[in-house]
Write a protein that binds this ligand. Structure first.
Ligand code: SF4
Ligand code: MG
Length: 334
């Protein structure tokens, strides 16, 4: 499999009155061509900051890259000038956000916005761009694409708007798509349609997708491999099948339990007690320890490393054989 993206030891911080506050603490992962990799975690776990770091899109936020590399097709994006980076955004790497309204200009008709994107990135004359826009809108399941070209974003439903964004983002044939909670604002039926659409597009184009979500149910629908993030670090990584069949980290287990199951009354839904720690006040050892029902003495003192066994990585003392052997030994002598 061809590797598209490799994030190496990424550290990102937020500028505060007291200096740079790290929020992403050295994460590493990759996305291959033709693969959908999910990044899952609660809000505040660092998922969106990770995607903004890859795209170097910190214009409206106090974010700043502190360390690491983002290799796209072998080239470190952090070494590029802003001008070069702009050419990568849209042409090579596209991004879809949760709220399609923020990516659409409310005062411009859909047709004009589609055309402008296509003219800019594909260097197409206006007339050709117009036809190409209609073709792309049809390819994302918009039946009356010609009429829609003449409408404003507010005239469309949320689901239609997200389809338009997807059409716009794939119109330039990117190799990598970063989707940050693209279906979170939509109702369940529309959500399923958009997920199916994304899967279809991925199969057709063989692009790689980095899919960011707080919802493991969505991950199960669409992803091949999953990265679980907690407090700015990766705590587990495995294929989707493996993660659901053999989850290891107590946080992942909690997330899986929080996924609604068919026939289950929503008021019975499990939620992990407590909240993601504040970056200004991180627990000393394992960042999940204050919420973990399995926490041991060592968990509050020392943070476990990310350990990989058979392509399944976990950051938890329970899977450190040496440590658990010692612990059992202690138990016997006591
Ligand atoms: Fe729980 Fe300890 Fe594992 Fe952290 S290291 S998840 S506190 S058992
Ligand atoms: Mg987010």
């Amino acid at each position: 499999m061809t590797e598209l993206l490799r994030v190496k030891n990424l550290r990102t911080g937020f500028r505060t009155e007291n200096g740079l506050l790290p929020v992403i603490h050295g994460i590493s992962f990759h996305v291959n061509q033709g693969e959908i990799v999910g990044v899952v975690g609660e809000s505040g776990s660092g998922k969106s900051v990770t995607s903004l770091s890859i795209m170097r899109l910190f214009h409206d936020t106090p974010g700043e890259i502190m360390d690491g590399e983002v290799l796209y097709k072998g080239e470190n994006l952090f070494d590029l000038t802003e001008k070069r980076m702009k050419q990568y955004r849209g042409n090579e790497i596209s991004m879809i956000f949760q709220e399609p309204m923020t990516s659409l200009n409310p005062v411009l008709k859909i047709g004009k916005q589609m055309r402008e994107t296509i003219e800019l990135h594909l260097n197409m004359p206006k007339k050709e761009a117009h036809q190409y826009a209609i073709k792309t809108l049809k390819s994302v399941g918009i039946p009356r694409a010609e009429d829609l070209m003449d409408e404003y974003p507010h005239q469309l439903s949320g689901g239609m708007r997200q389809r338009v964004i997807i059409a716009m983002q794939i119109s330039c044939n990117p190799s990598l798509l970063i989707a940050d909670e693209p279906t979170t604002a939509l109702d369940v039926t529309i959500q399923a349609q958009i997920l199916n659409l994304m899967k279809e597009i991925q199969v057709k184009t063989n692009m790689g997708i980095l899919f960011i979500t707080h919802d493991l149910g969505v991950v199960a629908e669409i992803c091949d491999r999953v990265i679980v993030m907690y407090a700015g670090k990766i705590v587990e990584e495995a294929t989707v099948e493996e993660l659901f069949a053999q989850p290891k980290h107590p946080y992942t287990k909690g997330l899986i339990e929080s996924v609604p199951k068919i026939g289950m009354k929503s008021e019975k839904l499990y939620s992990i007690p407590g909240t993601v720690p504040n970056p200004t006040n991180m627990p000393k050892g394992c960042k999940f320890a204050p919420r973990c029902e399995h926490a041991m003495a060592i968990c509050h003192k020392k943070e476990p490393a990310l350990m990989t066994v058979n392509h399944h990585a976990t950051r938890c003392w329970l899977y450190d054989e040496e440590m658990m052997k010692d612990k059992q030994g202690e138990g016997m002598t006591n």
